[in-house]
Design a binder for this molecule. Structure first.
Ligand code: KIV
Ligand code: ZN
Length: 388
């Protein structure tokens, strides 16, 4: 295992699918799972089998049909959950049980009405029980983001000695600042015995818009698995967005880290997830939003037409977008008009462009955006197409 590899753990079908309105039937779930497999993820979290008979069957189906990634199923630190997860995973080529419990003072007192010692006992017992079914057991310390680091280190050390192969440090409530999350991982690296024998995983939520930043700072301090979802869907404000972390690693950390993700599939798969879950992607979403490669102001359009790199830090082809768009609005300039006119078959001289621009700007002022067919209609009234 290379120390440079960051494993991608996709939880679109578990943390993502549990969002109201995002529920999929088995056929849809399998179709998305096949897409996620083709994307090249290392781990696919298929569901939470004890939560419903439907989810149990979905995890079972995915375990039978999806052979490349590790198939993971969620369970609480409860024997019946763990047993059910193991059962649902029994056909998986490489099964992983993901079990855990809340470790913050808030969760210990008000969710479990337990004690710090009691939680450690339950955590160890769940991991040991999961180990009786599968070799690969991931432990999550829910609300680790708000857990005292000294206590968290004790919990993590205990579950490693009980046999955990991966330790997940979730910022469940999205409360950490990047330096706090980074410090937490560094603290565990320094204080937990045998931490180097396991994979540290980041599972960050986006309540303050910091999930991507937190996951990446985690990587700088020793995280080697990122839990994320396509389009960043998930509880409340969502989970870390898969496309964002993967592209940041590719664009900014090329010489330090790599993932197995086939980035050209990011946009097609984002659309599949959005359409199957009826969950629109915001237009200005990084990497997969409709406007992520659209240029609309005159200054930017002129710059991009001269040289794409003036305003683009990602090649659209790298993420499965055919080409960037020059969008015609009342803020567009002559360069954009000439460029789009050429696309629809009009090569305009300088004088023609001046005339066309005056007509265009009047049209554009009446509209949010001028579409190709409207441009064609406008140009056809005054000019001749080339080669016609
Ligand atoms: O956010 C969280 O803590 C979780 C765990 C169940 C891993 O989703
Ligand atoms: Zn979560």
């Amino acid at each position: 295992m290379s120390d440079k590899q960051v494993f991608i753990f996709d939880t679109t079908l578990r943390d993502g699918e549990q969002v109201p309105g995002c529920k999929l039937n088995h056929k849809e779930k399998l179709k998305v799972a096949k897409g996620i497999e083709a994307l090249g993820v290392d781990v696919l979290e298929a569901g939470f089998p004890i939560s419903s008979p439907g989810d149990f069957q979905a995890v079972e189906l995915i375990s039978k049909e999806i052979r490349e990634p590790i198939i993971c199923a969620l369970s609480r630190a409860v024997e019946a959950d763990v047993k059910c997860a193991a059962e649902a995973l029994k056909h998986a080529q490489r099964p992983r049980i993901h079990t855990g419990i809340g470790t913050s003072e808030q969760h210990i007192k008000y969710k479990f009405k337990s004690s710090p010692e009691g939680i450690i006992e339950r955590a160890k017992a769940a991991v040991k029980y999961a180990k009786s079914f599968v070799e690969d057991v991931e432990f999550f310390a829910e609300d680790a983001g708000r857990t005292d680091n000294v206590y968290l280190a004790k919990v993590i050390e205990a579950v490693i000695s009980a046999g955990a192969t991966v330790v997940n440090i979730p910022d469940t409530t999205g409360y950490c600042l990047p330096y706090e999350y980074g410090h937490k991982i560094a603290f565990l690296k320094e204080h937990v015995k045998n931490i180097d024998k396991v994979i540290i995983s980041a599972h960050c939520h986006n309540d303050l818009g910091l999930a991507t930043a937190n996951s990446l700072v985690g990587v700088e301090h020793g995280v080697r698995q990122i839990e994320c979802t396509l389009n960043g869907i998930g509880e409340r404000a969502g989970n870390t967005s898969l496309e964002e972390v993967v592209m940041v690693l590719k664009q900014k950390y090329k010489s330090k880290y790599f993932t197995n993700i086939n980035t050209q599939m990011l946009n097609p798969l984002s659309r599949l997830v959005s359409e199957s879950m009826s969950m629109p992607v915001q237009a200005n979403k990084a990497i997969v939003g409709e406007n992520a490669f659209a240029h609309s102001s005159g200054i930017h359009q002129d710059g991009v037409i001269k040289n794409r790199l003036n305003y683009e830090i990602i090649n659209p082809l790298d993420v499965g977008v055919d080409k960037s768009q020059i969008v015609l609005t009342a803020r567009s300039g002559r360069a954009a008009l000439a460029y789009r006119a050429k696309e629809v078959g009009y090569e305009l001289s300088k004088d023609e462009l001046d005339i066309a621009y005056r007509q265009f700007i009047q049209l554009a002022d009446r509209k949010k955006q001028v579409e190709s067919y409207e441009l064609e209609t406008m140009l056809s009234q005054s000019f001749r197409m080339v080669n016609v």
